[in-house]
Ligand binder design. Structure first.
Ligand SMILES: NC(=O)c1ccc[n+]([C@@H]2O[C@H](COP(=O)([O-])OP(=O)(O)OC[C@H]3O[C@@H](n4cnc5c(N)ncnc54)[C@H](O)[C@@H]3O)[C@@H](O)[C@H]2O)c1
Length: 327
């Protein structure tokens, strides 16, 4: 099979491509990525020269770019490309609407024109909005996004759904909780805290630090996406969760303790506007129908992640000094 992966130079996409090529030796991947600030060619440097991997620089929202991909030879699409940082969407949501909404629409239209037999759309728990202290989102929970990022992802999910109902495009939607692990851009909570702690800089925590997220180690997410891509039922939504509910404050404390750094580095800063209180995922549908469950505990995953950032200092320093996209 020849799979088109979008956004493969980002955090989850690059982990997914590396995982997928080693797990499925008969398949090949075309990675279409615009290389926005979040796209880092270094993430897949080890694949250069691999005959089963091809990188194409381009925008998913541009139909000409898509048509140039030899579409008759694409057996499936796994769609990761997105603007993904909530804080940036609060400052300016235009790029989010371009890529997450218009880009997804163009990709769906491309898949429809060329009868691509499988289309997996990677989405997020944030489309469901927030929870109180109890309960968890199921696939039937109402879509109530609260940030411009979440609203743009919810829009793309609804467009994907409509292509199934209207055109019978064979789609799947996955909604996953917060990922962490190697190659995550250091603007996101966990790598920001690790890289600041490594330099003895303050660790900024929003509000009172009591907002709760469910955390999943990135390779568990990749495994779930592959399983759903091959075995999921067309037209269905699958929640993916990590059994890793923690407050932001707990996350930061675990990191500091493992790194043997003082908790006095924690600094509380003005809360994010519209900050969702809690997310939690009920992934029993995926577990019962496809037998998937997460394998990496939060405590284990944090150690793996801290160790990776410690041993890949040049990778994240190049991002901080702005040289990471230079050839
Ligand atoms: N990070 C998480 O915790 C998380 C959780 C659940 C779901 N998701 C979803 O998973 C996907 C990947 O997230 P991530 O954290 O790896 O994101 P990321 O920001 O690290 O990477 C996004 C990638 O998409 C590329 N891209 C952006 N706009 C593009 C365009 N118009 N055309 C082609 N490529 C473009 C970027 O260059 C980058 O390589 C997103 O759809 C996101 O909504 C992320």
């Amino acid at each position: 099979m020849r799979i088109l992966v979008t956004g493969g130079c980002g955090f989850i996409g690059s982990n997914f491509i590396r995982f997928f090529l080693s797990r499925y030796p008969d398949h090949s991947i075309i990675n279409l990525d615009k290389l926005t600030y979040a796209g880092n060619p270094q993430n897949l440097r080890d694949l250069s020269g691999n005959s089963r991997y091809r990188f194409v620089k381009g925008d998913i929202a541009d139909p000409d770019t898509l048509e140039a991909l030899s579409p008759e030879r694409i057996d499936g699409i796994i769609h990761f490309a997105a603007e993904s940082h909530v804080d940036r969407s609060i400052d300016d949501a235009e790029a989010f609407i371009h890529t997450n909404v218009l880009g997804t629409y163009q990709l769906l239209s491309f898949a429809r024109r060329h009868h691509v037999p499988r289309f997996l759309h990677v989405s997020t728990d944030e489309v469901y909005g927030e929870l109180g202290d109890q309960g968890a989102f199921t696939e039937d929970s109402p879509i109530r996004p609260n940030s411009p990022y979440a609203a743009s992802k919810a829009s793309s999910d609804l467009m994907v759904r409509s292509f199934f109902r209207t055109y019978r495009l064979p789609v799947l939607i996955t909604r996953c909780s917060n990922n962490y692990g190697p190659y995550q851009f250091p603007e996101k909570l966990i790598p920001l805290m690790i890289t600041n702690a490594m330099r003895d800089k303050p660790l900024p925590v929003y509000g009172n630090g009591l907002n709760v997220r469910d955390w999943i180690y990135v390779t568990d997410h990749c495994e779930a996406v592959a399983r759903i891509f091959f075995e999921g039922k067309e037209g269905e939504v699958y929640n993916i969760g990590g059994d890793g509910e923690r407050t932001n404050l707990e996350v930061v404390q675990v990191i500091l303790d493992y790194m043997e750094k003082p908790r006095s580095l924690i600094t509380f800063v003005k809360d994010r506007p519209g900050h969702d209180y809690r997310y939690a995922m009920d992934y029993s549908k995926l577990k019962e129908s496809l037998g998937w469950e997460p394998t990496v505990s939060f405590d284990e995953g944090i150690k793996l992640t801290v160790d990776w950032y410690r041993s890949h200092r040049p990778w994240w320093e190049a991002i901080l000094n702005g040289t990471y996209q230079e050839p």
